[in-house]
Design a protein around this ligand. Structure first.
Ligand SMILES: [Zn+2]
Length: 441
């Protein structure tokens, strides 16, 4: 393989891809899909574009294997979140290179990964390597606004695009470095927490704001919320989370690592538990969380309304039962006049096992990229399109060979999002080698 040539090509492709504005809303992913189709066509690779709505395009292309083993979907989303140009030091859609970094909205999330996948597909095609599995390149619309026009639409309306696939790869994952740690941490996302939309509705007699009483609808609601926030749902340590912390303990400085080798046992110690739960991220890994995000009462200050509502962004762990959670909230607030309902059918929490052939290939790829890295299976507390693939019966992982630190990650959805040219070069090679390892005959 000509790795230098492939690296240069990946940088050029990403620069051009980043200049295509696919801010969602409105998306306009068709322009990105056409760009990808053109690149593939030059290599003699046919692709298909389908629109879920005008301009909302997704694309698929397939490198056929010999059918011996299940196929792998390389997925990325074409859309990006908006960029507020006033706070960027470069034009977010110019594909500008500065000080060894390529800047642009989508550099990390996730046109950058899409280009690594594209470069790997081009490299496999050119090399003529026989494959044991189909390699399916899939680019979709609308991840940043809920996937209804993208991955979820593809899974429902273009099911044959996923035919023969056993695995999917999407965002995030990656190799995270931190100057305070003993080693880098390579994360492979095996699961995502799942949103459960809960609403509390309190009802009561309406009246004048000048003569309040304890049981107005807003007052009942506030007391119910106070009981919910004061209650602590017991932490639940999934086996994958226990393993995550056991491995993470090897990378963290020894004082921070204390207790993490058996986090389930350590959580029984009140001092450890208090310290552990101070980390919002760690707390979210072992708990079903409840964030009160929307409150609604009266339209007017002097009117006591007949109804007050609170919407709660609840995030479930794999294995959680939405009805059980609803019942727990109801018992916790203990007020028959406050109704607790699930306002949107939840996508069930999902998890892919960390002992599959693909997981092993990803683990090896991260170690090749960064030999000192501790590789951990991680649960993403946010969510991506991977739930769609898991619901379609695939084992899906968040994987990236980029080496980044917290400062780089904070630019995702923030200002001055960028990726280093070194990462693009090394990433194109790492993605290709991983596929040769996993799907090469
Ligand atoms: Zn993304």
């Amino acid at each position: 393989m000509d790795w230098t040539g492939l690296g240069d090509e990946a940088i050029d492709l990403l620069r051009r891809y980043l200049t295509i504005d696919t801010t969602n809303p409105p998306g306009g992913e068709i322009a990105g899909a056409r760009f990808l189709a053109e690149v593939l066509a030059r290599e003699g690779l046919a692709s298909e574009i389908a629109e879920s709505a005008p301009g909302r395009a997704s694309l698929v292309a397939r490198l056929p294997g010999d059918g011996a083993l299940g196929g792998v979907v390389l997925h990325h989303h074409i859309d990006v979140v908006y960029a507020d140009r006033r706070y960027w030091s470069v034009d977010p859609f110019a594909g500008e290179v500065r000080d060894g970094f390529l800047y642009g909205r989508g550099a990390l999330d996730m046109k950058g990964i899409g280009v690594l996948q594209l470069a790997a597909v081009l490299a496999l095609k050119r090399s003529g390597t026989p494959l044991t599995r189909d390699v399916i390149f899939l680019a979709t619309a609308d991840e940043e606004a809920g996937s209804a026009f993208g991955a979820a639409w593809v899974a429902a309306e273009r099911r044959h695009w996923l035919a023969g696939a056993e695995y999917a790869l999407s965002e995030f994952g990656g190799i995270i470095t931190d100057a305070r740690w003993r080693t880098a941490v390579g994360a492979i996302h095996v699961s995502e927490k799942t949103a459960l939309a809960l609403r509390l509705t309190a009802r009561g007699e309406p009246g004048h704001g000048s003569m309040p009483w304890p049981d107005t609808a807003p007052h009942r609601l506030i007391r119910a919320l106070a009981r919910l926030l004061a209650a602590e749902r017991a932490p639940r340590v999934l086996p994958e989370v226990r393993e995550y912390f056991r491995l993470l303990a090897r990378a963290l400085p020894s004082d921070a690592a204390a207790g993490l080798d058996d986090v389930e046992r350590a959580l029984g110690d009140p001092a450890f538990r208090a310290r552990f739960l101070q980390s919002r991220h760690w707390a979210a890994l072992v708990r079903t969380t409840f964030a009160v995000t929307m409150l609604h009462g009266s339209e007017k200050r002097n009117v006591i309304p007949p109804e007050a509502t609170a919407d709660i962004d609840c995030r479930m762990l794999a294995g959680d039962d939405p009805e059980e959670i609803r019942g727990w909230v109801e018992r916790t607030i203990g007020d028959g006049q406050v109704r607790v309902e699930i306002t949107k059918p939840p996508c069930l929490p999902n998890l892919s096992p960390p002992d599959t052939a693909l997981y092993k290939a990803l683990d090896a790829a991260l170690r090749r990229r960064r030999p000192d890295a501790v590789v951990v299976p991680e649960i993403l507390v946010a969510f991506t399109d991977n739930w769609v693939f898991r619901r379609s019966g695939l084992h899906a992982y968040g994987f990236s060979p980029f080496v980044v630190d917290e400062g780089e990650l904070r630019r995702i959805h923030g200002n001055d999002e960028r990726v280093s040219l070194d990462n693009v070069r090394a990433g194109a090679r790492a993605y290709t080698e991983m596929l040769l390892d996993f799907a090469g005959a």
